[in-house]
Every structure is written in structure tokens, then in C-alpha cells.
Design a binder for this molecule. Structure first.
Ligand code: G3P
Length: 214
């Protein structure tokens, strides 16, 4: 399973990269706004340090403009994946971009058939937003599981990218169901490596070492 960081903050991206676990980056307009930096600077700085897929989202709502915007986003790097919203225009844009060999990520997926449609249009990735479903008392990981089941039935090659991840259990469940990618905020990445027995065990080793004659 690939790990992307869900962030437009270059210092967070570099921190995840230093851990040796980073396969790519996802951003969205809200994350870019949160970074406080102009979009052009954000896109350039991320693409200058990340070799893997860098997901940048269009803000157009009609397909012709999405396609034109996608071509502009791809100028930041050959590793840019164009995020497109799950709308009729989004699907039309995905079809065009697929024909032009430009990778896409269909975002804001909240039900499994949306993911099937995105795959048929030629999406490279689909992003089920699991946390936002949990927020309204629906099981977000059930959505991811259903998409994976449907894709396996039809040997669909589109990658399932579990997004809107809020906690380590989302990631455990994603790995158990065979999701292709999880995109994770830095705070949750940092939670993943912690265990109280690891911390207690390390403390004991270091305390015992003080008793060793050197
Ligand atoms: O990148 C899109 C997605 O991960 C958003 O997450 O926490 O805003 O629901 P969140």
C-alpha cells in the first residue's frame, strides 16, 4: 500500500519524506488555502522535492476549462496527477485527459457507483472520502471496501486512494482490504509509529544500559 501525505505544507511534506515512507502527495484547494502560500509557490515547491505523484486539483467546473487547467497544472511536473471533482463535467474531463495520457484522480467520491463511473471514464485514481462519511454516522471504510470489491469483480485497474483519513484505524483497515493508496495528514502519520509498549520497552533498555559497565 502506498502512503501519500495529504498536505500542501512543504515542511510537513519534507518531514514525511525524511521518514522514508512517502510515495506521493495529495492537495486540495482547502489545504492550499491553509498553507497561506500562493498556489504557484506551493505547486513549485512540492514538485521540486517529491518524485512520486503530486495531486493538484482543478478549480474549474466545466470540462473544457478543467482540461485546459489540467494542461497548466502538468507544467509543474510530469508527476502531476490532476484531481477532478466527481461531476458530469469531471467525468467528461477525465475521458479527455485519459485520451491525452494525463493521469487523473476523481475526488469527492461518496458512493461506490461514482467510483465505477470514474473508472469507466478512465480515472487513474479514485478518492473515497472516508472520514467525511464517518462524520455523518456512515461507515466510510465500507465505501472503500465496496469500491475494492466492485473493481475486483471487473478487473478494474483504477487505483483506490483512501482519503479523508482521520485516524490509524482507517489505515489499518485500508491495508487489510488491499487499498492501493492512503493519503494521510502528518499528524496521523506520526500517530502510526507510536505504541506504549515500544516507549516503555525503550525506556527500560536505556535505564538498564546505565547499569552496564563500560
Ligand atoms: O485530500 C482530500 C481529503 O483527504 C480531505 O480530507 O479531512 O478534509 O475530509 P478532510
Amino acid at each position: 500500500m502506498k502512503f501519500f501525505i495529504d498536505s500542501a505544507d512543504i515542511s510537513e511534506i519534507k518531514e514525511a519524506q525524511a521518514l522514508g515512507i512517502l510515495d506521493g502527495v495529495t492537495t486540495n484547494p482547502s489545504l492550499v488555502a491553509k498553507s497561506g502560500q500562493p498556489f504557484d509557490e506551493v505547486a513549485k515547491s512540492i514538485c521540486s522535492v517529491v518524485q512520486g505523484p503530486v495531486n493538484l486539483e482543478v478549480i474549474s467546473t466545466n470540462w473544457e476549462e478543467m482540461v485546459a487547467e489540467a494542461r497548466g497544472l502538468r507544467k509543474y511536473g510530469g508527476n502531476v496527477v490532476v484531481k477532478v471533482p466527481m461531476t458530469a463535467d469531471g467525468l467528461k474531463a477525465v475521458k479527455q485527459l485519459h485520451e491525452q495520457h494525463i493521469p487523473t484522480n476523481v475526488t469527492l467520491i461518496f458512493q461506490p457507483i461514482q467510483a465505477l463511473l470514474a473508472a469507466k471514464a478512465g480515472a487513474t485514481y479514485v478518492s473515497p472520502f472516508v472520514g467525511r462519511l464517518d462524520d455523518i454516522s456512515q461507515d466510510g471504510m465500507e465505501l472503500a471496501r465496496d469500491i475494492i470489491t466492485i473493481y475486483r469483480h471487473y478487473d478494474v485497474k483504477t487505483n483506490v486512494l483512501v482519503a479523508s483519513v482521520r485516524n490509524p484505524v482507517h489505515i489499518l483497515e485500508a491495508a487489510k482490504m488491499g487499498a492501493d493508496v492512503v493519503t494521510v495528514p502528518l499528524k496521523v502519520i506520526q500517530q502510526l509509529m507510536k505504541h506504549p509498549l515500544t516507549e516503555a520497552g525503550l525506556k527500560t533498555f536505556l535505564d538498564d544500559w546505565k547499569k552496564v559497565k563500560v
